[in-house]
Design a protein around this ligand. Structure first.
Ligand SMILES: [Ca+2]
Ligand SMILES: [Ca+2]
Ligand SMILES: [Ca+2]
Length: 241
């Protein structure tokens, strides 16, 4: 009984520490860190926004891959994120990174810069979930999860897992789960899910032309849901007695 109490307490404390609600860890709901930009020159653009997202910072990369007729590629963040590659002729892609602070992303750089790390414990999560508002063409999403080693010892990344998944077009809102069971270990034995330091999500990874899409939320469901429900159930039983 004492062990159970301690275990439930630890789960609850862990969830509270991560600002979770009912076993759902919100990575980003796009209600803070508003941003908008429009670009037509072929380049990789970066911007960073501070806010309530996990790690306190969102690193944003949006690139114009090709642009035959000089139209623009647009990103708007505010109560969701919408990305438009204007038809015809614009091929654009966008990526989001959550890796803590201390990193300065630089426009034109082909790669994201490594941040201080999240140290997020997502033990037992089955998936990374993305709530889409709409998607007008099938595209691929590539999710990269990393665990850092000891930076002082020169081993910045000791575990990495990658999920690549095709997402089907849908004009209506829909939820897409990216299963950890489908992740491929690419560094070490893969990400240590109890110490996730970096989450990078590449939308339109295969660079399909003229993709428009919107997302409302990125979240991670945890088994803490069951723990909290069990705890609530125990309290309810005791009250009835
Ligand atoms: Ca960062
Ligand atoms: Ca970064
Ligand atoms: Ca770490």
């Amino acid at each position: 009984m004492n062990c159970a109490k301690i275990a439930i307490g630890a789960v609850a404390a862990g969830l509270l520490a991560q600002g979770a609600h009912a076993g759902i860890i919100t990575v980003d709901d796009f209600t803070t860190g508003a941003f908008s930009d429009s670009q037509s020159n072929v380049d990789m653009y970066y911007a960073q926004q501070a806010g309530s997202m996990i790690g306190g910072e969102r690193d944003l990369r949006y690139d114009v891959v090709a642009n035959q007729f000089g139209l623009s590629s647009d990103v708007v963040i505010g109560n969701g994120m919408v990305f438009n590659s204007n038809d015809p002729g614009v091929t654009g892609a966008i990526a989001l990174e959550y890796d803590g602070t201390g990193d300065t992303e630089v426009t034109g750089n082909p790669f994201f810069v490594q941040g201080s790390g999240l140290n997020a414990d997502w033990t037992g999560t089955p998936s990374i979930d993305i709530d889409f508002l709409f998607l007008d063409l099938d595209f691929e999403v590539r999710i990269v999860l990393q665990t850092y080693g000891d930076l002082a010892l020169g081993t910045p990344v000791i575990g990495e897992s990658v999920i690549e998944q095709n997402v089907a077009a849908n004009i209506n809102p829909f939820a897409e789960s990216f299963l950890l069971a489908g992740a491929t270990p690419t560094i070490g034995g893969g990400v240590n899910i109890s110490d996730v330091d970096r989450l990078t999500i590449f939308f339109n990874n295969q660079e399909v032309a003229a993709v428009d899409f919107g997302i409302a939320k990125i979240s991670v469901p945890t088994p803490g849901t069951a723990g909290l429900l069990a705890m609530g159930g125990l309290v309810a039983v005791r009250r009835r007695r």
